[in-house]
Design a protein around this ligand. Structure first.
Ligand code: ADP
Ligand code: MG
Length: 900
């Protein structure tokens, strides 16, 4: 019988594996919005999203409500890594009956304890009267928390049943009680937490964060840092949040029934909450002595033990305490202690009885340790999986009577959890000071974060544009467009509104073979484009333009271009044909005709001499003549925006706007000829290359430029120029982010105030980093760390989260400004055409637009908001520069034919 009893108390490894799986399922259930309400493992959010970083300092008051005591604690942190906090504490016994009385009396008593403690701790002259004293409240009951300082009690436990508290905010109740006392008017309750959370924070110090805590005490519970986006019961989506698992209720749905022994059943039936907290009743020290007692009663009845003694004393609930159990099992040499203990209880055990009692005690306590290990394994595997890691290393804080009192607890916890979760490596950190110190840390962290949040908001505020700001930008863009179109004001307008001499978008009837050049994008390319009934096909080749040629003479540049064309035509066997050529030239030009375009200024790193003010088409033709190349005829020069619009227009006739958001940004659209004051004629339409990158160069956007924008502008090769572009496009966003990071680091908001030399390098922070960083949710935050490590920055988790916020702010502003510009364009088109509602398509190109995870969404959302009467679709352009240039050439010849 003894062997059977011992067997029933030992759970096989396979069964533990299954249990671990159930625990993980229940955790997911508790976190999910749909199933949270029914879940047994409640997974309560704590709103604690950050562990201490050692910079916290000041005085913090902690009040801990315990089983039969109120503990008050004053912690002084020195910002020294929290290595040596100074602590003073005092313990008050709860008056008889107060735990069953009125809630108000309980909270009044707590306030009274605080008052008395402070009176004894602070002599009246040491305290500066104006100084606030933050208080952290450790409240070891299940609460539905909605903020760090807002927590509704779900239900009492541990023998408490005060009236009028369940369903109320206990922070509020404590603050009200405190407010009744004049001498406590400087005390603010700023944080509430569970004792488990307090333990986790107690074990965290600088450079050694603790992300899991187990309290193995009268009851049992565990908390850990979960990815915030998985905590669906809160709106927090970034970073991590501590979740209070309330795992004591695991098994309340029956999943533990098969491992429940008859002794457990007896304990459960005799408890004041039968059927509830099944896991806790197998592992909590409040119950272990009881389990042993029931086992002994049952075995006596089976005549397996105590055959020669009367066990009537064992009938009384609670006579066999946890202390008895611990004394019995911790005595490893023989049974003399066992005998003494049993005799003190009033039994006369035989030598054999003593041995068997010891075996039973070991089995019950060993099982409790094993079950804790199983729970821990579930937590660790869950963390490892949700962090998308192959292996997890984590620190686990532990405290409680079972941990402290049972010598083998740690060994079992570590070895069994290792067996069940081999991918995880836990390091136990004993909590020496209980949860009080941790509570002070939470309170301190809460204050630090609140202060930090205020500072972060201050830094980012100028980059956050209101709807009114955007409307203003839209109105200003509209004004500048009018000024650019008008002959008299064109010269001084910041938006040049350059005529392109493209008057038709494609209609699909275009045919022929064309050459195309693409100069001014990231690559210089030569293409051959076949436009047939079946569609458009093309072959292209990328050629390098050496920096020496970009910055050499114009003649050398165009000679080089012709060399590339000749090489391409040879390779493609096109030397014998005389092909029309469309030239995508993505620099601002004053066009006098489709094939006549004076370069206004170089941008994007080009500076070849003798070109500005010259006709680019003419220069290309002259180079061809010099090289005696006859296989081509330049028929059109096209801006890349126009090429993009044309390429998309081939598939969608409603495409009458072109937009680029790549290295730079620019747009074009179909304007009524009657509005184009800079070109003769009133009939039909013409595509206008806005050159909107220069919007604001006349100072009209000064009110939205921030300190960061000014610094970025000053370090470019064209300060004061392309101001709108410098807020939006790929060449600059990373650099804006870098400037913000530097300021935030200086303000100690990031990287613990340490700037790496790399981060101080201009343009080191690439715009593509924004895409990676903003794409990552909690799951991929490590990619952010990878980027930061690349920049030789040692980033904490909070740093990563803040960095993402900075990137989001910068890219959102860019998208919104772009939308404000587009809103001006579509509204003008709608008014031009006298429509209530305009339906139009924007052809878009540019890597930033295409690859950034939020840019296009933010752009479209803002545009809808700013131009509600326009129904705007967006179409990505596939190789607009090549295709577009060919189509311009084709449309031009078709239009010419029609005219004839
Ligand atoms: P261009 O405008 O010169 O024709 P692209 O459209 O390819 O060239 O844009 C290049 C710009 O796109 C670069 O300035 C770079 O900063 C940016 N970029 C590159 N990759 C990404 C990415 N993954 N996310 C956002 N921006 C990117
Ligand atoms: Mg391009």
């Amino acid at each position: 019988q003894i062997q059977r009893a011992l067997r029933s108390l030992s759970i096989p490894l396979e069964r533990l594996h299954i249990m671990k799986g159930h625990m993980m399922q229940d955790m997911c259930k508790g976190l999910s919005r749909q199933t949270h309400a029914q879940a047994k493992v409640r997974m309560l959010p704590t709103y604690i999203c950050s562990t201490p970083n050692g910079t916290e300092k000041g005085n913090f008051l902690v009040v801990e409500l315990c089983q039969s005591q109120v503990r008050t604690l004053l912690v002084t942190l020195y910002g020294d890594g929290n290595m040596s906090p100074q602590m003073v504490y005092k313990i008050f016994d709860l008056p008889e009956g107060i735990t069953q009385g009125e809630g108000e009396a309980l909270f009044d008593f707590i306030a009274q304890c605080v008052s008395q403690f402070l009176a004894e701790t602070f002599s009246s002259d040491t305290r500066k009267s104006e100084e606030r004293l933050p208080l952290g409240f450790v409240f070891p009951f299940s609460c539905r928390q909605t903020q760090l300082d807002k927590a509704e009690l779900l239900y009492w436990s541990k023998g408490f049943s005060c009236s009028d508290v369940v369903g109320k905010d206990v922070v509020q109740l404590l603050q009200s009680a405190i407010n009744k006392k004049q001498e406590l008017c400087h005390v603010d309750v700023v944080a509430l937490m569970n004792d488990t959370v307090g333990t986790m924070m107690t074990c965290s110090t600088e450079g050694r964060t603790c992300e899991v805590a187990i309290v193995a005490d009268k009851g049992s519970n565990c908390c850990f840092m979960a990815e915030a986006y998985l905590v669906e019961t809160t709106d927090e989506t970034s970073g991590r949040m501590c979740v209070n698992t309330e795992w004591g209720c695991f098994g309340d749905d029956g999943t533990l029934n098969d491992v429940f022994t008859p002794y457990d059943e007896c304990v459960d039936v005799e408890s004041n909450n039968p059927g509830e907290k099944r896991f806790e009743k197998m592992v909590g020290t409040l119950y272990l002595g009881e389990i042993v007692r029931h086992a002994l009663i049952a075995l006596t009845a089976e005549k397996a033990i105590f055959t020669e003694t009367n066990i009537a004393v064992l009938e009384e609930k609670g006579v066999f305490t946890m202390q008895h159990v611990l004394d019995i099992i911790n005595n490893e040499e023989g049974t003399s202690d066992v005998k003494r203990i049993l005799e003190v209880l009033g039994l006369q055990p035989s030598e054999r009885d003593c041995g068997r009692v010891q075996q039973i005690c070991r089995a019950v306590v060993g099982r409790a340790a094993t079950l804790h290990a199983t729970g821990l394994a579930a937590i660790l595997s869950y963390m490892c999986q949700t962090r998308d890691m192959a292996t997890l290393m984590v620190n686990v804080g532990v405290e409680g009577e079972l941990y402290v009192g049972y010598r083998r607890f740690e060994e079992i916890l570590m070895s069994v959890s290792r067996l069940l979760s081999p991918e995880c490596m836990a390091t136990l950190l004993p909590s020496r000071d209980g949860s009080g110190r941790g509570a002070a840390m939470v309170t301190a962290v809460a204050l630090r974060l609140a202060a930090q949040r205020r500072e972060v908001n201050e830094v980012l505020a100028p980059l956050r544009l209101s709807r009114a700001d955007l409307e203003k930008v839209q109105a200003l863009m509209r004004e500048e467009m009018e000024r650019g179109l008008c002959k008299e004001t064109n010269a001084t307008a910041s938006v040049r509104m350059l005529p392109t001499y493209v008057s038709h978008t494609p209609d699909g009837s275009e045919r022929g073979n064309f050459l195309a050049l693409d100069l001014g994008g990231t690559n210089f390319r030569v293409l051959v484009v076949h436009v047939t009934e079946e569609g458009i096909s093309m072959i292209s080749e990328i050629y390098v333009i050496p920096a020496a040629i970009m910055q050499g003479t114009g003649e050398a540049l165009f000679d080089h271009i012709i060399d590339c064309i000749i090489d391409f035509q040879m390779k493609q066997n096109l030397v014998t044909d005389m092909l029309p050529l469309g030239f995508t030239f993505s620099f601002p030009c004053q066009q006098m005709g489709l094939d006549k375009a004076l370069l206004l200024t170089w941008t994007k790193g080009f500076s070849a001499s003798g070109c500005v003010g010259q006709d680019v088409v003419q220069m290309l033709r002259e180079a061809a003549r010099r090289k005696q190349h006859l296989g081509m005829q330049v028929v059109a020069l096209v801006n890349d925006t126009v090429g993009t619009m044309m390429a998309c227009g081939y598939d969608d006739p409603k495409c009458e706007i072109g937009l680029i958001v790549g290295t730079g940004t620019n747009a074009c659209y179909m304007e009524e000829m009657r509005n184009v004051g800079t070109v003769e004629g009133d009939q039909g339409r013409m595509c206008i290359n806005m050159e909107w990158g220069a919007f604001g160069d006349n100072g009209c956007l000064d009110h939205i430029f921030t300190h960061f924008d000014k610094v970025v502008d000053e370090t470019t090769i064209n300060p004061g120029k392309q101001r709108f572009e410098k807020l939006i496009s790929g060449m600059y966003l990373g650099e804006i982010v870098r400037q913000i990071l530097m300021v935030m680091t200086e303000k100690q908001l990031l990287f613990q105030g340490k700037l790496s030399p790399k981060l101080q390098t201009r343009n080191i922070f690439q715009t593509k980093f924004l895409s990676t960083i903003e794409l990552s949710n909690g799951l991929a935050l490590r990619q952010i760390r990878a980027i930061l490590n690349e920049l030789e920055l040692d980033a904490s988790f909070e740093d990563s989260v803040l960095l993402r916020e900075v990137c989001q702010t910068v890219s959102l502003r860019a998208a919104q400004l772009c939308a404000a510009g587009l809103a001006a364009v579509v509204e003008k088109m709608r008014e031009n055409r006298g429509l209530d509602q305009l339906s139009v398509t924007v052809g878009v190109d540019g890597t930033l637009y295409k690859l950034h995870p939020r840019f296009s969404n933010n752009l479209q959302k803002t545009l809808k908001d700013l131009a509600p009467n326009c129904n705007v679709s967006f179409m990505l352009s596939e190789d607009g520069s090549g295709k577009g240039a060919a189509l311009v050439a084709a449309v031009a010849s078709r239009a010419a034919n029609t005219m004839e």
